[in-house]
Ligand binder design. Structure first.
Ligand SMILES: NC(=O)c1ccc[n+]([C@@H]2O[C@H](COP(=O)([O-])OP(=O)(O)OC[C@H]3O[C@@H](n4cnc5c(N)ncnc54)[C@H](OP(=O)(O)O)[C@@H]3O)[C@@H](O)[C@H]2O)c1
Length: 475
């Protein structure tokens, strides 16, 4: 029963608080007794701004309130404060039982069908399942829709709403709700009707599994996170070539993930693509459900997905640390723990995590990744110990700079790469294939007794003293 149906004009602050607590419990899955009125959401309960936005959306839906009536981020420090805001909003928001005449522009602003239209356009352009496109999800952080894709969506949306060119808004709009609201202000009167669109499938249909017994990973199922491009793509392709059915995963770069899976299948291998963020529980829940129900389980896991700002410390904001931690640490942990029962049911498995050898050294501009990857190495040792009773080995490949997209993100990349190369004992940096060689070895049967190991693959760079400081200081 929704709050609206259970609530009446006699709603009291105390039963509103109860409903707010229930909403928070349903989102966080925390036991109700710790969700007290005065507990600090972030400090006491560890509810970050992303989770808080989710809770606010559920509460708004529950009480049929416009979401902007609820305090978010720093303003909502306790559930008591949120309940207070709900109480206040319920006192001032008119129940829409009696139609009220409103001027055309206000009508447009309140147009009830604009948000569904915005979502439908997002779903069509991004091909995301609509249920994931929640109105208040942060487009970039939670849905992985980068600014280029957003511009594409805005162009289509502008056309559908008859706005001519994609409008330029004075501030960056981070959610679909914000876009719907801003677009509403631009609509002249009655907006054009948009047809309902069919929902895109969540993932490609799995290819039939035909094990080729002579290959080392024949009959094995492997998940490689973040494998649409870069090193992950190379690893996924190599595992498929070695006979595994590979689950290719991508998040921000959906097309790359789909293409990698397609390329593997075109080359005679077996692969499916699953879209989703390793930093978000509900995405992982969907991915692992597919792996369990449609592929029958998991044998090999490569936690390759990574996110960490490249730049000096004075450019790294708390949000960047949070993103790096959630992707590299929480994401690796969540994947490993979800893989555990699936691997145990098949008599064991093997996990490889991905670090950088600069987690143990200083490399200019790599602080965010270096620090978080040191955590990945530690997590690897803990997983190795805790999962060993289930026959699961966990090892880490700690790579040095590898030619590819990531290196291109460093300022003065060509100059730096030349300096790193000259500081590398053999004069050449590693390649993605070098990293894949070691990953394959650690995953496979030849390293049965290797567990909790951190194998450095950086052509010896981290053993030298040159090349890691900025040019001005190094010379
Ligand atoms: N390249 C190097 O020089 C180097 C050196 C040392 C260590 N490493 C490590 O090697 C691994 C691969 O590196 P790389 O350079 O190929 O790529 P990268 O730029 O570090 O990114 C890795 C992958 O992570 C994915 N990703 C980011 N956020 C994600 C999320 N929330 N959920 C799922 N996937 C996500 C990206 O795909 P989407 O765009 O689809 O999200 C991308 O494919 C990383 O762990 C990296 O730290 C790389």
């Amino acid at each position: 029963m929704s709050a609206r149906s259970s609530q009446s004009h006699t709603s009291t602050p105390s039963n509103i608080l109860e409903q707010v607590r229930q909403c928070a419990a349903s989102v966080t899955r925390y036991p109700l007794d710790i969700l007290t009125e005065h507990a600090q959401l972030e400090d006491d309960l560890g509810i970050d701004s992303v989770k808080l936005a989710e809770i606010a959306a559920v509460i708004a839906r529950e009480f049929h309130l416009p979401p902007d009536r609820l305090p978010r981020n720093g303003k909502a420090r306790t559930l008591g404060a949120i309940a207070g805001a709900v109480t206040e909003a319920l006192g001032t928001v008119p129940v829409p039982a009696v139609p009220v005449a409103v001027p055309a522009v206000v009508e447009a602003l309140q147009a009830p069908d604009l948000l569904p239209r915005v979502r439908a356009v997002f779903a069509r352009v991004t091909r995301y399942p609509e249920e994931l496109l929640t109105p208040h999800a942060d487009l970039e952080d939670e849905l992985g829709i980068d600014s280029v894709k957003q511009a594409e969506v805005m162009a289509v949306l502008a056309k559908e709403l008859g706005l001519g060119e994609a409008p330029k808004f004075s501030q960056r709009l981070r959610t679909m709700a914000a876009i719907a609201e801003a677009a509403g202000t631009l609509l002249p009167a009655a907006p054009p009707v948009v047809e309902a669109r069919p929902r895109a499938p969540v993932h490609a249909a799995p290819a039939p599994v035909v094990p080729r017994a002579e290959l080392p990973f024949a009959g094995k199922v492997a998940l490689v996170t973040g494998s649409g491009k870069g090193i992950g793509r190379v690893i996924a392709t190599r595992l498929a070539r070695a006979g595994a059915t590979v689950v290719v995963n991508s998040f921000h770069s959906r097309e790359d993930g789909e293409k990698t899976a397609r390329d593997i299948v075109d080359a005679g291998g077996k692969a499916v693509h699953l879209w989703g963020s390793v930093a978000q529980e509900e995405h992982l829940e969907r991915m692992f459900t597919v792996i369990r129900d449609e592929l029958g389980g998991l044998d090999l896991l490569v936690c390759n997905a990574s996110n960490g700002l490249i730049g000096p410390f004075d450019r790294i904001a708390p949000r960047d640390w949070d993103k790096a931690f959630r992707t590299c640490i929480t994401g690796t942990y969540e994947c490993a723990m979800r893989a555990r029962p699936l691997m145990a049911a098949r008599g064991g498995g093997s996990i490889v995590t991905m670090s950088t050898s600069m987690s143990q050294r200083y490399m200019h501009d790599l602080g965010c990744q270096g620090v978080v990857k040191a955590g990945v190495e530690s997590l690897t040792r803990y997983l190795a110990a805790e999962l060993a009773p289930d026959g699961i080995r966990t090892n880490c490949v700690s790579a040095g700079p590898v030619h590819g997209e990531l290196l291109g993100m460093f300022p003065d990349a060509p100059e730096r790469v030349a300096r790193w190369e000259s500081a590398t004992p053999g004069g050449r940096l590693c390649t993605a294939d070098d990293v894949a060689d070691v990953t394959e070895l650690l995953l496979g049967p030849k390293t049965q007794r290797v567990n909790g190991a951190i194998w450095v693959v950086d052509a010896g760079l981290s053993g030298t003293v040159d090349g890691l400081l900025p040019a001005a200081r190094a010379s």
